[in-house]
Ligand binder design. Sequence first.
Ligand code: ZN
Ligand code: ZN
Length: 359
Amino acid sequence: MIRAAILPAVGSPLEIADIELPEPGPGQVRIRLAAAGVCHSDLSLSNGTMRVPVPAVLGHEGAGTVLSVGEGVTHVAPGDAVVLNWAPSCGTCHPCSLGEIWLCANALTGAANVHAVTEDGTELHPGLNVGAFAEETVVAAGCVLPAPDGVPLTDAALLGCAVLTGWGAIHHSARVRQGESVAVFGVGGVGLATLQAARIAGASTIVAVDVSPEKEALARAAGATEYVVASENTAREIRKLTGGHGADVAVECVGRAVTIRTAWDSTRRGGRTTVVGIGGKDQQVSFHALELFHWGRTLSGCVYGNSDPAKDLPVLAEHIRAGRLDLSTLVTERITLDGIPGAFDNMIAGKGGRALVVF
Ligand SMILES: [Zn+2]
Ligand SMILES: [Zn+2]
């Protein structure tokens, strides 16, 4: 039996319970978790903004050590340090055939599988494929990537969601060029990773925007050169900070209509806005036809940073080893499994960066 944080039903609080995992079958890997980040998507799954089969073991951003492997698994072996990837790609669907593996149509087909059982025999699903809020997990081989050498697993845990997403928003989606100005909306785990990615890209002015004045030091440590407390004047303030014309790039890490609209308004004529935040269907963003023409701006969605994790992880590892990317500054709280509900409360209240479950 191992301990895990379980979502019993949509809208219910998480419960800590003992679960029984199967031995890894063909093409599967069993892992002992070292650490798992608490991502806003875990909250979105628990409140029903995003849906997966329940009851489920949540947690999708983690790193650990391989305990055993099933038949046919050759890319990792027992004892290897690994990073979890919640969006494995099938390699054969239409997006995969185009190289857009982050849009793989089959990425979440494993969500309906039985992942584990509780003591009373209740069958549990694997949340976003990996069930990382548990001392151990069994996942498909495609969800396992070798961890970069020289990076502590407590840092590497963040690579699998927040860092790939923030990195990809800047480098793959918005394609920030040296000297461009960037505004980042929402200073949580992904926002902080996005700020660091913008700094690495050589952005000139980097504006962090958040509703909380308390995140300024955190944002500046991650690369922000300016800090704006969100208000109805945010777009005007950003224009003032960027020579009067607006930011070249805005990255929205909140997923709310008003923030998406403000991010778009904050960019220059021809500017690019990348939306990383995940909102609900009630968040309607509107534009009138003439402004779309006049401003010539781009608005893009962004899934998992438009990243190929197997290609991006070695690049990120180089930046980490060179000291350009500092993952420890993203973590504002280290907790145990029992601390996850409190971490959800902090996210709802807009407090802190990443909470990290350390096993
Ligand atoms: Zn996530
Ligand atoms: Zn695919």
